[in-house]
Ligand binder design. Sequence first.
Ligand code: KIV
Length: 272
Amino acid sequence: MAKAPARVTPPAIRARKGGDPIVCLTAYTTPVAKLVDQHCDLLLVGDSLGMVVYGLPSTIGVSMEMMIAHGQAAMRGASRACVVVDMPFGSYEEGHEQAMRNAARIMVETGCQAVKLEGGETMAPTIRFLTERGVPVMAHIGLRPQAVNTFGGYKVQGRDDASRAQVLADARVVSDAGAFSVVIEKTAEDISREITGAIPIPTVGIGASMACDGQILVVDDILGMFTDFRPKFAKPYAELGAAAGEAIKAYSDDVRARRFPGPEHVFLAKKD
Ligand code: KIV
């Protein structure tokens, strides 16, 4: 019997620093996780699911229960990629114990390999606490969507000296604290490049340029599921939203015109 390919681990991702680009995507459901698992090194069950799946205005309203349910669904579909589950807003900021309790709950109840949390200097002591206790952590700096209200919007980071210095300092401390990789979101190209050259862990960019060691996007964005809004950093590789709309219209036209169901779709039909 063929041996199943080994699961990509957080240390294996860490070891990819400066090597071949690390390919990462989000997935929130079993069928999509199966597809992502075939082609990606790392699968993120991102709290972007709040907007993508639940129609929330931001990631702020995402709960532990949502992350665990979707983490379990993604784990059922992914056997090879390193699966990372986001810690939702409010589940880790109070202190080390709260962060450990919730990170452990996510890992125990989903079986994922690591968690991701947002924050640099402020969260570095928590990252150290978790990593020293068996929880691999992917950090997330630059634009931090959970802090949208303090940023005053989804603004590009690294535009001025203060912001550049902050993102660079954040990158250094999360690396020193033991994070196995760091997501850099919506940050000026030159500072992303500088960070990637300055720290020993892989940088994974989303709107942070080719300079990063890897790339991540929201899977629904690359599939072109939304026609109303597309972030500048997301490249659609398909137009599934438009195709799905056409399919739903064709079905509804068929039902209204009594073209569906046909004889091949019914059971024990009476013959005339
Ligand atoms: O929640 C998310 O999907 C993310 C990204 C980095 C894609 O954090």
